[in-house]
Design a protein around this ligand. Sequence first.
Ligand code: URA
Length: 232
Amino acid sequence: MASDDQIDLFSLGDMAVGSAPAQPVDPELIPTDVKIPIPPGTYSNMEEIKAHCDRCHRCELGATRTHAVVYRGNVKAPIMIVGEGPGENEDLQGLPFVGKSGQLLDKILESVQLTEADVLIANIVKCRPPENRTPTPAEMDACRPYLLEQIRMVDPKIILLTGAIAMRNLLGIKQGITKVRGEWVEKAGRLYMPIFHPAYLLRNQSREKGSPKWLMWQDIQTVKAKLDELKG
Ligand code: URA
């Protein structure tokens, strides 16, 4: 029997299947235990998510953070930008992309007249991994439901994934970012585009045709054109 059918039987109150109905979980316990699910619709605004992230210990990153880093920008923005995880500046300020990478990201957005009103910026993991290491799969899994709730609430038309970790985590794409950056991927009624991480651009300063910076310039223009088209 498919699991959906089983859920239907329970919701009809048919106890003939023999198992006890699931106990309702106190949502206040979400930040305390990674086994407690975060179903869609758990949160009704971004501040509720932030309140939970601020006291979250669903993974070990909660033990070393200064601040949880949940979002900056417009909660009704048509574009969401998702990075990997907070760095040192973000951890200190409690805001995503406020260090050197963030300043470059803002410049990239400004180059096509996009501002904080047009975007909501968030990360795969909300707490800084020590020494800026890559978040582990368990950390990303523990944090993903918060991000999925953010996506549900913002309901953006376009989601930009900065770097391979964000791309793999949300789209499951295993190829390298260089292969797929700039390509639209349609999923569940939204348009996703993997783009280079701004930190990668900081390490590759050339602006020559075909360079990472030049490619980013192409990609952000494509994004702006798509947004204008969708706005009609
Ligand atoms: N890099 C990220 O991926 N996210 C941030 O918030 C800052 C740097």
